[in-house]
Design a protein around this ligand. Structure first.
Ligand code: FES
Ligand SMILES: [Fe+2]
Length: 405
């Protein structure tokens, strides 16, 4: 759809007004023209996390994935392969799927009943001549990949190489058994904030000591234990967990290597915590290749919209999608072993406890941030070199993407 565009000169002037090591000028957090550019140059070009593959477990299952004016039908064909089809009929453009998710043996357009299969091939076109070439009117496709049952899509004609990401993640994800997991709970949040404020928030733990008491209680290394003897015990515990990672030949950390777009790390828990729970105790049966509650927490970030945290018994995915210059959808999913039964093997409140609390604390901080950024007296401020380097790196990557015409 046509929109007011930022002229190349205005864009250059805006970029030039950004000072390295500082938060972004106000326009980046709310100008609709910057938002349009964000979608065009970044969101429509990158791999985006779409959700756990159980959304489309069986052939014919579908779920819609929306970005800007585009909707994709994510589905699975008869061979079990995931497909991403643009939700626009090749007859005269009607949306085909109207419900956010469901099951369809065929996709029948509600307007004039053209019929498509799960590969997007046109199977029948009512009232068209006998020699009508159906093969030329298949649904347009986007790219889709399935990595250890996590779905990623890309709107670009030529997507960035997915393999370096997949190769780095696969051995680490394997441990967590996501193909044998189920979604125990989902929470959707609509934030009144620009998506970059959420990203910046998640790239620093400067706010953790005051903002996230539950998280700090569980994780080693954020705030030191008050008693000296506890510090010693924590150091020893951290070493044990690092050794656990090393014994399995996994990386302690891989961080945005070669200007890359992904990061993973293992984060030691405090003594007395075997998973990211409120009380330190297990919340669900072991998942994947875990044979005991002894691993540190594991996290992934992939620009621009995938956040993942896992322990031996629960994994949490976060999917963010911008809906407007100051509107952001965040969807959180909690995954547990597929055979685990609620009420018998796990209690949902305990499964969700730490990340529900921590996430909701962040959503409030992010909305407060936006509220203040909208002030006529907002000016970009300096990132802490000691604890906000991740924000600086994110902003540099972001501006780099936008400069690629
Ligand atoms: S617009 Fe879909 S069949 Fe006419
Ligand atoms: Fe936070």
């Amino acid at each position: 759809m046509s929109r007011d565009r930022l002229s190349p000169d205005a864009f250059d002037a805006l970029c030039a007004s950004h000072r390295d090591g500082f938060s972004l000028p106000q326009a980046f957090y709310g100008d609709p023209r910057v938002h349009a550019l964000d979608l065009e140059r970044l969101w429509r070009r990158r791999w985006l996390f779409a959700g756990h593959a159980s959304r489309i477990a069986q052939p014919g299952d579908y779920t819609l994935f929306k970005l800007g004016d585009d909707e994709l039908i994510l589905t699975r064909n008869a061979q079990g392969e995931a497909r991403a089809l643009f939700n626009t009929c090749t007859h005269r453009g009607s949306a085909l799927c109207l419900e956010p998710c469901g099951h369809a043996a065929k996709f029948v357009c509600p307007y004039h009943q053209w019929v498509f299969d799960a590969d997007g091939e046109l199977r029948s076109a009512r009232n068209m001549p006998d020699d009508f070439d159906k093969a030329s009117f298949g649904l347009r496709r986007a790219h889709i990949r399935e990595l250890e049952s996590l779905l990623f899509v890309c709107f670009a004609e030529e997507p960035p190489d997915f393999e370096p990401f997949a190769n780095a993640m696969r051995p680490h994800l394997k441990l967590h058994g996501l193909p044998r997991a189920k979604v125990a709970a989902t929470r959707a949040y609509e934030l009144r904030a620009n998506w970059k404020l959420m990203a910046e928030n998640f790239f620093e733990c400067n706010h953790c000591p005051t903002g996230h008491p539950e998280y700090c209680k569980a994780m080693a290394g954020i705030t030191p234990p008050p008693r000296v003897e506890d510090r010693e015990a924590e150091r020893a515990h951290v070493e044990t967990q690092r050794a656990w990672v090393a014994r399995r030949g996994l990386a302690q950390q891989l961080s945005f290597e070669a200007g890359g777009w992904f990061h993973l790390n293992h984060m030691p828990l405090r003594p007395g915590f075997v998973t990211q729970s409120l009380d330190g105790k297990p919340v669900a049966p072991l998942m994947g290749e875990h044979t005991a509650y002894e691993a540190p927490a594991f996290a992934i970030v992939a620009y621009p919209n995938f956040w993942f945290e896992a322990g031996p018994d629960v994994a949490v995915t976060l999917r963010t999608l911008p809906r407007g210059p100051q509107e952001l959808s965040v969807e959180a999913e909690w995954l547990v072993h597929a055979d685990a039964v609620e009420g018998r093997d796990y209690d949902l409140e305990r499964v969700m406890g730490l990340w529900k609390a921590t996430g909701e604390q962040d959503w409030a901080l992010i909305e407060n941030n936006q509220r203040g950024v909208n002030s006529s007296r907002y000016r970009p401020g300096p990132y802490s070199p000691a604890s906000e380097g991740g924000c600086r790196r994110f902003v540099a990557w972001y501006l780099d993407q936008l400069r690629k015409a």
